[in-house]
Design a protein around this ligand. Sequence first.
Ligand code: PEP
Ligand code: MN
Length: 338
Amino acid sequence: MIVVVNANAPEKEIERLKESLLKKGLEINYSRGVDHIIMGLIGDTRSVEISNIESNDIVEKVLRVQEPYKKANRLFHPESSVFNILGSLIGGKNFAVMAGPCSVESEEQIISVAKSVKAAGATFLRGGAFKPRSSPYSFQGMGLDGLKLLKIAKAETGLPIVSEIMSTEMLDEFVKDVDVIQVGTRNMQNFVLLRELGKTNKPILLKRGMSATIEEWLMSAEYIMKEGNEQVILCERGIRTFETFTRNTLDISAVPAVQRKSHLPIIVDPSHSAGMYWMVEPLAKASIAAGADGVMIEVHNSPETALCDGSQSLKPEKFAELMIKLKKYAEIEGKVIG
Ligand code: PEP
Ligand code: MN
């Protein structure tokens, strides 16, 4: 349920209303805009009489929220969320570009890719250190050594780093060393992990489960937010359909759908959607056109010899050419890459 209050109401009256709602055992998610204050009520609202609250002069209206997600719901927070992560912005008029290799493979590799994506205008460096591979015989990532190398690349370029966590065991290391903690498609419904991430103060990049509905995805965001961490960035990375031509089917309609239902920023990962490097450019352009708040793109200095996802990785030169085009596309949408 949400209670819309006139923002010019006397503070005393607002406090009195808040107290009466808290007394009913409800949690209040408070959001102040220019004209309105939105009090989002979380908990058992069955005993709340809408007409009683509406009889209060300072209350403009009361609405029942149908969706099961609350803190992620745009009704609870009408303005789009914007996060500032070490100076790189996501949301609003900003278009974020996260780029880097699927996996960190060596110091030379990550430093050279980091420098080239930075020069091309990327705003975050991505790199996997713990890799969720379908086969236990495939390269599993460099682990903690990979995180160390990402830190060196960050020191060299100033780019905030994004890396995937696979289990709660590594939580302390990630909180210490990583700027945006990625939850991969396979862990979108690892509720134990989500809850623990909700207790941290790190921005979380929550990828869509490969078979998850938009509502299930937003419920996973809610798991994180319920614990107090409201910095959740959603990432559409393609879903499983009957089509086998592409690695996944990019659900571009998820972008406007999520933006209608939620205030959280949403970015697109064209690399894992397509599975093929030559399809990354059209899908990245489509993402901007659909209104996405950013893209995540895999870039590798030597895709032919990459230990993971070489076939969908762009060479640094191709990425730089793509960035020139994306800047123009962003401009058409009234956004800046920054
Ligand atoms: C990745 O970003 O490298 C990755 C494994 O992504 P996803 O979870 O979307 O498959
Ligand atoms: Mn990958």
